[in-house]
Ligand binder design. Structure first.
Ligand SMILES: Nc1nc2c(ncn2[C@@H]2O[C@H](COP(=O)(O)OP(=O)(O)OP(=O)(O)O)[C@@H](O)[C@H]2O)c(=O)[nH]1
Ligand SMILES: [Mg+2]
Length: 449
């Protein structure tokens, strides 16, 4: 790239300060033309701050009193020469200054273009660029911590470790292709050990990543049960507000309703559904169809039964519809006398949506079910769908290489699988990622980032 980009890097609206930023070979020269102050940009020490004024060189009109910093490449955010101008944070001032930069030869930056240049110039790998975005967009403290770890380059270290061991193994295997008569060239046992340990690491990263994805994107949980069992009451209890209509009339909820709640740092989209039962009523049939859809799109189902009644045919229908979905069985209305026979039900939790009994235990159980045990805060570094897909590819290539080793396949075949694993690793770090995928990632950024 040889053009110089400029953008406002602070959010729109009024603020104490607003920052206009440039990156590219002409940055310093453009700054030189518009800045009058204690020092000249071309002579400024890199990363030092200088007071002065922004003036339009054609009219000598002063636009703002500012602070200006020059960050010289390659040790700047983008790796190119950069200039940042700290203006007063008014939208008019900032756009005037930006316009002046455009008139002086800078071009408007695309969304995420600063970060994209940083990536292309090797200032950070793709995982780190994504971490920048995740940090900016983090909704919970846990998500921010995890992004910060990723930003520090932890992924790179982890990936480097795996890569080194795979490259080593590949060298061993390939040596035996080149020198087949040399029996000692390929120590199957050593290769086996290295591959198994790499596979172990990849497996662990996948598990952590799956949890990390949950923390970032949240989970969908639907509340399912026969009419009148207390589904809407449970939604209200978890929300701490009277969101859904609750009545003693079975069939109150016809359409589904969803709300986001936080359960120990996990964003949860909670869906209240229409009671499941056989009915001739057209509106309820629609509702039942939607319930089935809601179950389909859920990660977890809260399956409600009535503590104060014997199980009915309707409850069996509920079990049938929920099928194999991960679920938590709740016996609601535990404030009433127990009539349900629990001998055939495993792992239930008694709650009272109306009076709040067991709701805290339910939250804990949701957290456990979604995250499993032993989730350390912010531990996951590969929590995007892209990461999980690439890690999955690394894992299956390793699996295939191991299988080939055990079945005493030719070294050529094992080497092929190893090269596939290495390629998937390269994909993960962004070394071999297609232009299209890169564009998609960086287009999620704001302009000026
Ligand atoms: N005693 C008691 N009553 C409850 C409890 N939870 C709900 N109810 C009552 O049960 C009735 C039905 O509650 P809803 O929350 O509307 O039940 P629902 O499952 O959403 O019903 P539909 O939308 O018709 O399928 C209401 O009269 C609630 O007050 C509970 O924990 N204890
Ligand atoms: Mg309801």
């Amino acid at each position: 790239v040889n053009n110089t980009i400029a953008a406002i890097s602070t959010p729109p609206g009024e603020g104490a300060i607003g920052i206009v930023r440039m990156s590219g070979p002409q940055s310093v020269q453009i700054a030189e033309g518009i800045f009058r102050g204690t020092a000249v940009p071309s002579l400024m020490k890199s990363h030092s701050l200088h007071q002065g004024e922004v003036r339009d060189p054609r009219t000598n009109e002063m636009l703002d009193g500012v602070l200006l910093a020059v960050m010289r490449g390659p040790s700047s955010y983008t790796g190119e020469d950069m200039v940042e101008i700290y203006c007063h944070g008014g939208p008019v001032v900032l756009s005037e200054v930006l316009d002046l930069l455009y008139r002086s030869g800078a071009v408007p930056a695309e969304p995420g273009e600063f970060s994209k240049r940083a990536f292309l110039n090797g200032r950070m790998d793709l995982c780190q660029a994504e971490a920048v975005l995740d940090l900016v967009k983090a909704r919970t403290r846990e998500a921010a911590l995890s992004a910060a770890i990723q930003l520090s380059g932890k992924c790179k270290d982890v990936l480097e470790g795996i890569r080194e061991s795979l490259v080593h193994v590949l060298a061993l295997v390939e040596a035996s292709i080149d020198f087949p008569e040399d029996e000692t060239a390929f120590d199957r046992n050593e290769v086996l050990q290295e591959l198994m340990s790499a596979r172990g690491i990849v497996k662990e990263l996948l598990e952590q990543g799956t949890k990390g994805k949950l923390m970032r994107e949240g989970v969908t949980i639907s509340i399912v049960g026969k009419p009148n069992v207390g589904k809407s009451s449970l939604l209200n209890a978890l929300l701490h507000e009277e969101r859904a209509i609750v009545t003693p009339v079975p069939g109150t909820t016809r359409d589904y309703l969803s709300e986001w709640i936080g359960v120990s740092g996990v964003p949860v989209q909670l869906i209240d559904t229409a009671g499941l039962r056989d009915t001739g009523c057209q509106i309820e049939i629609e509702g039942v169809m939607k319930t089935k859809k809601a179950i389909e799109m859920s990660d977890l189902v809260l399956l409600l039964l009535d503590w104060s009644e014997r199980m009915t045919e309707e409850d069996s229908e509920v079990f049938r519809v929920v099928g194999e979905k991960p679920r938590i069985i709740l016996l609601n209305k535990c404030d009433l006398e127990k009539k349900i026979d629990t001998t055939a039900i495993d792992g239930w939790l008694a709650v009272s949506a109306r009076f709040g009994n067991g709701i805290d235990q339910l939250r804990e159980k949701i957290r456990e079910t979604c995250l499993g045990g032993g989730m350390t805060r912010g531990a996951s570094v590969f929590g995007r769908a892209r990461h999980l897909a690439a890690l999955g590819n690394v894992g299956s290539s390793l699996e295939a290489a191991l299988a080939g080793l055990k079945e005493a396949k030719t070294p050529e075949i094992i080497a092929l699988e190893l090269r596939d694993a290495l390629a998937a690793l390269g994909d993960l770090a962004g070394e071999t990622t297609s232009e299209e995928v890169l564009d998609k990632i960086f287009s999620e950024f704001c302009i000026g980032k």
